[in-house]
Design a protein around this ligand. Structure first.
Ligand code: HEC
Ligand code: HEC
Length: 225
């Protein structure tokens, strides 16, 4: 019994850690906000200094800080997400600790011009191979992907600006799975005024179980090869 209690409390800590930023990422966030308070809103490169501590000097991402790669993502999507963080549409759910952290940083960007300038600088980064940390049944993932996801995200998960559905191929797999689960659980996209997030929120409930969600992400990663 004692063992079970111990196991349960370890699991609880593990779960809460997933959503609560640790000391090192809180320190990086404080540094970033300080840097942003001093940067000019037109200088994308100077603004990006504040982002590099978590997302990497070339937008390569950092799994230890739960920070996704930005280098492979489309600029219209990056811009819309930053504006969503700024307005509070994203990162406001009480269980979205990392989203809240990113929201505070986005709000410290001096103004909306600064959003454009920093995304313009990110667009100069070379694409990088996405992190592959998951294994699964690619064939089963492919079937579910083509039936349920491809109509919006594109047959090669290349994204579709008209539908505002981002590229998924080339984005770190751990991040895709985490975001998918956040949509499923209403941690992201639960607010109806978050037009595109809400659409994806409904899709988060469409896959029957965790194993299949895992397989779909593994398939998406295979498309970036
Ligand atoms: C303290 C670490 C930290 C710093 C500094 C930081 N970010 Fe983030 N960022 C994150 C985390 C963590 C996430 C993932 C949030 C989530 O899980 O929803 C994120 C998410 C994002 C996203 C959404 C990507 C997507 O595909 O959904 C964008 C865009 C972004 N950050 C841009 C920036 C920019 C631009 C800066 C600099 C002005 C910056 N970030 C600074 C930690 C950071
Ligand atoms: C009706 C169109 C639509 C369908 C179908 C759809 N999505 Fe999405 N998806 C979106 C939109 C729009 C967004 C952007 C949401 C936002 O702006 O917050 C998105 C975002 C995502 C993200 C977050 C990416 C990131 O970098 O933050 C993931 C992961 C995702 N979708 C996976 C899937 C999977 C897996 C399926 C199939 C089960 C699927 N989607 C089906 C429209 C769709």
């Amino acid at each position: 019994m004692k063992r079970l209690v111990l196991l349960l409390s370890v699991l609880l800590v593990a779960c809460s850690n997933d959503n609560a930023p640790d000391v090192s990422s809180e320190a990086a966030a404080a540094d970033a906000r300080q840097t942003l308070q001093q940067a000019a809103s037109t200088d994308g490169k100077a603004l990006y200094v504040a982002c590099a501590g978590c997302h990497g000097a070339q937008g390569e991402g950092n799994v230890a800080l739960s920070s996704p790669s930005l280098a492979n993502q489309q600029t219209w999507y990056l811009e819309r997400q930053l504006l969503g963080f700024r307005s509070g549409l994203r990162g406001s759910h009480p269980e979205d600790g990392y989203g809240a952290q990113m929201q505070a940083i986005a709000k410290t960007l001096p103004d909306d011009n600064a959003v454009k300038a920093v995304v313009g600088y990110i667009a100069t980064f070379k694409a990088k191979p996405a992190a592959k940390t998951l294994d699964g049944n690619i064939k089963r993932g492919a079937d579910y992907y083509s039936n349920l996801c491809g109509s919006c995200h594109g047959p090669a998960a290349e994204g579709n600006e008209l539908l505002q559905a981002p590229a998924l191929a080339g984005v770190d797999d751990w991040y895709l799975l985490k975001q998918f689960n956040h949509f499923r659980d209403g941690v992201r996209g639960a607010d109806e005024s978050d037009r595109y997030g809400y659409q994806m929120g409904m899709m988060g409930k469409i896959l029957p179980d965790d194993d299949i969600a895992n397989d779909v992400i593994v398939y998406i990663q295979s498309l970036a090869d």
